[in-house]
Design a protein around this ligand. Structure first.
Ligand code: DP6
Length: 326
């Protein structure tokens, strides 16, 4: 019997970009995110003595060696912890575009961690799950938790304190999130390669690291107080700072397309006119607007009106990763 888990994607309000240890996948900065209801990955894991290698079925197709290797890397850590040598069949599907800047690696590795550790008979603490999920993807530990989560970079060389925590549950604040999908194509440079390029070449990298702790503590306080204006300012600042860092890498990383930039201007002009809305954008062209419930209709109308916006996904703070019965 396979073990199945579901995890939701998340969007960072304070961004993670850059690693302090590449091999152990330890982020160089902390990050704060919102886990998103309904944008999920469902993953089943079954270990078997009959298999000679791991097999990954991703969105109904046999995955290539790169994706399978990334999954096997995490399974190896789980196997060694469980004292097992059995290979696994992993079946995973997303209900949103893979690799187009909707953080599919976060929901994927959160779901895989929960399903595979359970299938291997391990009963781990949230911190231990965080450490494993992080080895898959630095944003994945945040998707273990519902609502608002913080990923801490920690200080230990082995990454034992680089874990995520829940800041506030999903009920803390009824924020609405509108994702304007501007492209279904996978991005040219994934986050892992992009952030490594920025670390190596961007002249702004050290300033990014030095300013991160203050962004985190201000965001924690603003979320606690449900201070929309403050959260809006800090989010846009962190997003544009990350993209500034990416643009100033060599060669520069331009994740936006025309409709992404148009959406930035639309949201800024709405906000200037008193609408409770702000934006954030990850390493891809999709555009995410956060707003208060009373602004949702107006914001949705404005985004739908932008040329190149293919569709709008409505979501908001959602559940953490959990086991499900098939
Ligand atoms: C721009 O978690 O995908 O979405 O640890 O290399 O797998 P790896 O990177 P990943 O990076 C996410 C970057 C981001 C910002 C964020 O989610 O904080």
């Amino acid at each position: 019997m396979p073990t199945t888990a579901i995890a939701n994607a998340n969007i960072a309000l304070i961004k993670y970009w850059g690693k302090r240890d590449h091999g152990l996948n330890i982020p160089a900065v902390g990050s704060i995110s919102v886990t998103l209801e309904g944008l999920s990955t469902k993953t089943s894991v079954e270990f078997s003595r009959d298999l000679s290698e791991d097999r990954l079925i991703l969105n109904d197709e046999v995955a290539g060696p790169a994706e399978t290797g990334r999954v096997s890397g995490l399974l190896d850590l789980i196997r060694s912890r469980a004292g097992s040598g059995m290979k696994a069949v992993v079946t995973s599907s997303n209900n949103f575009p893979t690799a187009a800047g909707l953080a599919s690696s976060a929901s994927a590795f959160a779901a895989l961690t929960v399903a595979a550790t359970t299938a291997a008979g391990l009963n781990l603490t949230p911190a231990e799950l965080s450490i494993l999920a992080r080895r898959g993807s630095g944003s994945a530990p945040r998707s273990l938790f519902g609502g608002f989560a913080e990923m801490r970079p920690g200080q230990n060389a082995d990454g034992s304190d680089a874990t995520a925590i829940q800041l506030f549950p999903e009920e803390h604040w009824d924020l609405r999130v509108l994702i304007a999908v501007t492209s279904d194509r996978p991005k040219d440079t994934g986050s892992t390669d992009g952030m490594e390029l920025s670390r190596r070449t961007s002249p702004f990298y050290q300033a990014w690291i030095d300013s991160s702790a203050s962004d985190i503590s201000q965001m924690r306080a603003a979320l606690e107080q449900r201070d929309f204006e403050k959260v809006a300012d800090l989010s846009e600042f962190s997003c544009l700072k990350m993209h500034g860092l990416a643009l100033a890498s060599n060669p520069g990383l331009v994740y936006w397309i025309g409709s992404t930039v148009e959406a930035i201007h639309r949201v800024r002009s709405l906000r200037k006119n008193g609408t409770a809305v702000f934006f954030t954008i990850d390493a891809g062209p999709q555009f995410k607007a956060f707003c208060l419930p009373q602004a949702q209709q107006e914001v949705e109308g404005a985004l739908a009106d932008i040329q190149g916006v293919k569709r709008i996904i409505r979501t908001g703070p959602g559940h953490g990763a959990r086991l499900v019965s098939e």
